[in-house]
Design a protein around this ligand. Structure first.
Ligand code: NAP
Length: 277
């Protein structure tokens, strides 16, 4: 029997996670008698940890690298969207102990753009997505579900882009980063889902001047908050949305499921998290 509702984020490593700050702020704001803690769980300890959830120690939690795919096999049910994406990042314990998994990166990506670039999808003909790793999966499904007619997926390793496009299925064109110039002119949206931008890295041969002047550029890397890609886009007068909003918005559905209140992503919360970057 749970008294104080306890939730978690598990990963390996996990100590740099901002999720406890986000959920802790919402718990305090709504006066909820609950907790949210970061717990380091090594891959071989994952099944035992999930059993603790099943037994009722927690109401649910978030799952991050490297467990997002492995946790699938341990869930009793998985949301169809998470199955399409191929990863679950949020778990909810049902009253009977069954564990339901879903993916909120999808909602986080869309919620961020909806809040910071309202109407972004209207009339969008082509989106260019850079990167074909774990995060790209949810974003490709999100863009497909928004009805974007042409989604160009470019990756350093083009074979991975082609394989991901085949696996997910949709109006995808796959290629290498070097194909960017062929697709930039008609792209109303450019999304970076690679880790480039972190640790002083930048795209060397990506001419943002080839994009239409109305294009929106968004980066899911949020450390640093203004990546070189976003700085270059702003210098050209293009609209930009940074990646911190995705992190904040992806936290909303889990909190709502565990604690029964749908929290807001406010500028005060954003400022609090931004101060830790
Ligand atoms: P991942 O699965 O490891 O994928 C990494 C991607 O980056 C791959 O497409 C990889 O290309 C590409 N890449 C890495 N180094 C590169 C380089 N030097 N040049 C060109 N491409 C390179 O990682 P992930 O989980 O998708 O995460 C990617 C980034 O998104 C991370 O920085 C993560 O922190 C961030 N993220 C942010 C949020 C958010 O809420 N804002 C959510 C999830 C992830 P190859 O396939 O060729 O290796």
């Amino acid at each position: 029997m749970i008294h104080v509702k306890k939730a978690f984020v598990i990963g390996h490593p996990i100590k740099h996670s901002r999720s406890p700050l986000i959920h802790g702020s919402w718990l305090a704001e709504h006066g909820i008698d609950g907790s949210y803690e970061a717990i380091d769980v090594a891959p071989d300890a994952l099944p035992a940890f999930i059993e603790r959830l099943r037994q009722g120690e927690f109401v649910g939690g978030n799952v991050t690298i490297p467990h997002k795919e492995a946790v699938f096999a341990l869930c009793d049910s998985v949301d169809p969207l998470a199955r399409t994406i191929g990863a679950a990042n949020t778990l909810v314990r049902q009253p009977d102990g069954r564990i339901h998994g879903f993916n909120t990166d999808y909602m986080g990506f869309l919620g961020n753009l909806d809040q910071n670039a309202p109407g972004w999808a209207a009339g969008l003909g082509r989106a260019v997505v850079l990167g074909a790793g774990g995060a790209a999966r949810a974003i490709l499904v999100a863009l497909r579900e928004q009805g974007v007619p042409e989604i160009v997926l470019l990756n350093r390793t083009p074979e991975k882009a082609a394989a991901l496009a085949r696996e997910i299925g949709g109006p995808f064109i796959a290629g290498g980063l070097t194909d960017y110039a062929d697709y930039a002119a008609g792209a109303g949206l450019l999304v970076n889902t690679t880790s480039i931008g972190m640790h002083d890295t930048r795209f060397e041969a990506l001419d943002l001047g080839l994009l239409p002047g109305t294009a929106l550029v968004t980066d899911i890397v949020y450390v640093p908050l203004t990546t070189p890609l976003l700085a270059d886009a702003r210098a050209l007068g293009l609209r930009t949305v940074d990646g911190l909003g995705m992190l904040l918005h992806q936290a909303v559905p889990g909190f709502a499921a565990w604690f029964g209140v749908r929290p807001e992503v406010t500028s005060a919360l954003r400022a609090k998290v931004e101060a830790t970057l």
